[in-house]
Ligand binder design. Sequence first.
Ligand code: COA
Length: 260
Amino acid sequence: MSEELVLLDVTEQVAVVTLNRPAQRNALNRPLLEALCARIEQLAPRRDVRAVVFTGAGDKSFCAGADLKERAGMSEEQTRSFLRLIRGTMDLVEGLPMPTFAAVDGFAFGGGCELMLACDFRVLTERATVGLTECALGIIPGAGGTQRLPRLVGLARAKELIFTARRLSGPDALAVGLCEYVTPAGEAVAKCRAIADEIKKCAPLAVEAAKSAIVGGYGIGIQEGLVLERRAYEVTLFTTDRVEALAAFREKRPAVFQGK
Ligand code: COA
């Protein structure tokens, strides 16, 4: 049952993780979050998966955020426990070693928008509507939104979007830097796959090391960040793939990487 709440398909080294409660607009209740965590933990060590795309079932919603009906029946302590779970889930998404995408072809509100923010890339469609709507509900973004949104769109813009609980269309989200691409309806996952195909041409361990340097270094001082970069570079120095890339260059042929 819980497996069905979050579907997983791995095709051509790209995992598509689908939130699957379309009748409830893929709202995040506890069982769905637990299933999502389990999926992420399954994917994290998989060397055959080069990218992960998060998306929502149905043609209306990526994710309508925390399940407000479940929330209404929670005690304060249960709400705190739920918040730990949803925060932890977003941290797991952010911690995935391979590149991650959110393919958003509908609503992404509250926790749904925070899931999108925890990914490396966001591809919205023309019919997407996204926003951190929490202040309109008497709460604040509690799964990383107040921290990840300013890092993406800038301080003042993030304040405006959060204080107003504004809902943005795909094109408006693109204009403020809240997503990287907007596609026609129904084409978000395909666009993510197209970017993943480009990434797949690069060496897996190099992409992983680059991600760890970029994510780890963002927001800390430049000198500390440069130390992280040096450490991340070290990982690539003695790989077979680095030697293969140099041989391929010499022999004027495409490199064949093995992730070693
Ligand atoms: N939690 C629980 N159930 C939700 C939900 C949420 N966040 N969002 C939608 N649903 C449920 C509705 O209650 C409804 O259930 P029902 O058929 O049993 O009554 C079903 O999903 C369809 O929702 P509906 O509002 O009829 O669909 P819609 O397509 O017209 O609108 C939304 C969808 C997402 C725009 C609207 O439901 C909405 O604004 N939801 C709240 C989003 C939000 O602010 N989330 C932040 C939470 S912190």
